[in-house]
Every structure is written in structure tokens, then in C-alpha cells.
Design a protein around this ligand. Structure first.
Ligand code: PLP
Length: 366
């Protein structure tokens, strides 16, 4: 029976950081509606104000530019809401792609990096908004956002950047980049699920699709999730130095012989998208789980079903090969022991199943 377990699926959700848990427990005990003028209300408001400063500091924004939401999905949805002509990258998260079904897709190259020449050509259609993520959730590949902003500005378009996977892992600077809308999610950086933010650069319009109270300066109606927001703020502060896990990723990639997708591109320090030739991702995920390691199929979706990865497909990976890719993602509490457990389990599976599968396939083909 396996007792020790290594969680290497931080891009799906990262365990709650102790500072976030403390802030949440404190806020839950204290209660209070931040819109109330009495003492408990003012204390709840103070918690939100503190979290707003903490989240703003993480991404080089002003506190007033932070609009708290129910997560990254809602942040992406409201950023895109109200824009008619939109360009999105081909590798965006579903919460972007499905929010603007008619959007034109900007292609990526074989390394998963946005094709800037294609973007430049597509900008002649005069879109009102360009949406490109900071870093991809499956491959970790970092996109040339400063270049995207430069090109979009020249053609008069605003820029939305989904930084859900980047914030807290690598430096993100709203004003340095000149991005207009930036999406964040607390649970990807050690905060709670169900809370996030859309950071809107001062002076940039935001079309709300919610009506009700005047919360979040009339930009997002509804009584705030005070405990969740307090936890988000604490997690944002705790992750300000980013993730120092590049050595773990290097150990993984030097030890496992599968193909690493996006290997030649700048990537998040915590993410490896890797194939095990001949073995379906689902088989790998289940076998590794039994061996005490949590990873995900690169394309795990909300239904729990594994679909072929649209990201790898956009990168030109053959469908049969894309089905053999898993995502390994480290986080704030990952240690070398976790990586050694993964390597032993992966190599064991490859020896038992992978090679025998390949050999029998070759035999059948002969
Ligand atoms: N954007 C990216 C790149 C993501 O990886 C995710 C979650 O997987 C989201 C948005 C959605 O965030 P949330 O789970 O907070 O709705």
C-alpha cells in the first residue's frame, strides 16, 4: 500500500498556503459585510483593502485597478464581454475561447509560441481586443506579451492577458507590459478556489454584465467573498518571489526520455509537458496515481474526461502522439523527494508498459 504521495499537479490547483489558510480562518471568524458601516463591516472592508494591495503588488498594478471575481474563468469572461471583434491565440484556456466563439485564432509555432507575423497580418482587420495568455497551462510556454502589446497598440486594439498560470510563478508587471486587462486566479498560487481578479488598467473601459450593488466600484456587483479574498491576498504576498523550482524541472527532463513540448521556448519553471511513447495519458495518470504521484493528462478538462489536447494540436503534434502527453507541474511545497518518486514510477511504467507496447506494435506492423 502506498502511503507517501507526491502532488505534482499545481497547474490544476495548488495546495492552500498556510498564510492563506490563516487569513481565511481569521476572516471567517470575524464575519461582517464589507458594505456595512459599523465596526464589523469596516473590519471586513479593511481585509479586502489589504488583499487588494497585496494582489496589486504581485502584478505591478494599483490597488484601485484590481476587481475581485469568482476566479480566472469569470475574469476572462468579463474582460472579453462587450468586445465585438476579437483576436485570441489558438492555445487559450476554454474560458477565453468559449467566451468569444466567433473570434479569429492567432496560430502558434511548433514550440507553442505565438506567431507574431500572423498577429501583425491579422491586426489589419482592426480588432477591438487581442487576447493572449501569459503562459500556457499545459506546456508552460511563455508568450511574447510585450511584443503583442506593441503591435496591438499600433493598430488601436486593447490587450487582455490571462496570467492565471504565470502570476506567483514568474514576474508579471501590468504597467511594465502595458496590458489593459489581466486575469488572475487565487487557487493557482496557493490561495483558495472560487476567487480571482480582473486587473483593469486605469482609464480602460470595463463593460459589466452584472447588475446589483455598487461593490468593486460598480465593476462587479455582489457581496464580496471576504474570506476567499483575504486568502487570495495572503497567497499573493507569499508568492511574490515566484517559484524557485527550475532545478526540479531540469531533473525531471534530464531523467525521463520522453519528448518535452515547448522545450526550446521560454517556459514556466514548474511545468513539463512530456510524452511516454506508446502509452496513453490516461493510463499514465492512473498508474502514476497508484504509485503515489499526481500528474494530469495535458488536456484534463472540467468534466474529468480526457480529450485530445487542442494546445498540442495547435503546435502541430500528431494526434496519436498528443494522446501520450502528460503534464507535470511543481509548486511551492514540492521537494526533490517528490521528483525522485515520479522518476522511479515513470521509469517503472515505461519499462513495463511503454516498451512492451512499442515492441508489440512493431511486431504487429512487421
Ligand atoms: N486560465 C487558465 C490559463 C487556466 O489554467 C485556468 C484554470 O485551469 C483558468 C483560466 C480558469 O481559472 P479558474 O479555475 O479560477 O476559473
Amino acid at each position: 500500500m502506498v502511503t507517501a504521495y507526491s502532488y505534482l499537479d499545481h497547474n490544476a490547483t495548488s495546495p492552500l498556503r498556510p498564510a492563506a489558510l490563516d487569513a481565511m480562518v481569521e476572516a471567517l471568524h470575524a464575519g461582517g459585510n464589507p458594505s456595512s458601516v459599523h465596526r464589523p463591516g469596516r473590519a471586513a472592508r479593511a481585509r479586502i483593502d489589504k488583499a487588494r494591495r497585496q494582489v496589486a503588488a504581485l502584478v505591478g498594478a494599483l490597488p484601485g485597478e484590481v476587481v475581485f471575481t469568482s476566479g480566472g474563468t469569470e475574469a476572462n469572461n468579463i474582460a472579453l464581454h462587450g468586445h465585438q471583434r476579437v483576436l485570441v491565440s489558438a492555445i487559450e484556456h476554454e474560458s477565453v475561447l468559449k467566451a468569444v466563439p466567433g473570434a479569429a485564432c492567432i496560430p502558434v509555432d511548433g514550440n507553442g509560441v505565438l506567431d507574431l507575423a500572423a498577429l501583425e497580418r491579422m491586426l489589419t482587420s482592426k480588432p477591438s481586443l487581442v487576447s493572449v495568455m501569459f503562459a500556457n497551462n499545459e506546456t508552460g510556454v511563455i508568450q511574447p506579451i510585450a511584443e503583442v502589446v506593441r503591435l496591438a497598440r499600433a493598430s488601436g486594439a486593447l490587450v487582455h492577458c490571462d496570467a492565471v498560470q504565470a502570476a506567483g510563478k514568474v514576474p508579471v508587471d501590468l504597467h511594465g507590459l502595458g496590458v489593459d486587462y489581466l486575469s488572475l486566479s487565487a487557487h493557482k498560487l496557493g490561495g483558495p478556489t472560487g476567487v480571482g481578479a480582473l486587473v483593469v488598467r486605469e482609464g480602460v473601459p470595463l463593460v459589466t454584465d452584472r447588475f446589483g450593488g455598487g461593490q468593486e466600484s460598480y465593476r462587479r456587483a455582489g457581496t464580496e467573498n471576504v474570506a476567499g479574498i483575504a486568502g487570495f491576498g495572503a497567497a499573493a504576498e507569499a508568492s511574490r518571489d515566484g517559484l524557485d523550482v527550475a532545478a526540479l524541472r531540469e531533473r525531471i527532463e534530464a531523467s525521463l526520455p520522453g519528448r518535452v513540448y515547448g522545450a526550446a521556448a521560454p517556459r514556466l519553471p514548474n511545468t513539463t509537458c512530456l510524452s511516454m511513447p506508446g502509452v496513453k495519458a490516461e493510463t499514465q495518470v492512473m498508474a502514476l496515481d497508484l504509485a503515489g504521484v499526481a500528474v494530469s493528462a495535458g488536456s484534463a478538462c472540467s468534466s474529468g474526461k480526457v480529450n485530445r489536447s487542442a494546445v498540442l494540436t495547435a503546435m502541430g503534434v500528431e494526434p496519436a502522439e498528443a494522446e501520450t502527453a502528460i503534464r507535470i507541474s511543481c509548486g511551492w511545497n514540492t521537494v526533490f523527494e517528490d521528483i525522485e518518486r515520479l522518476i522511479t514510477a515513470w521509469q517503472g511504467l515505461y519499462t513495463r508498459v511503454g516498451r512492451s507496447d512499442i515492441t508489440s506494435a512493431a511486431r504487429r506492423a512487421a
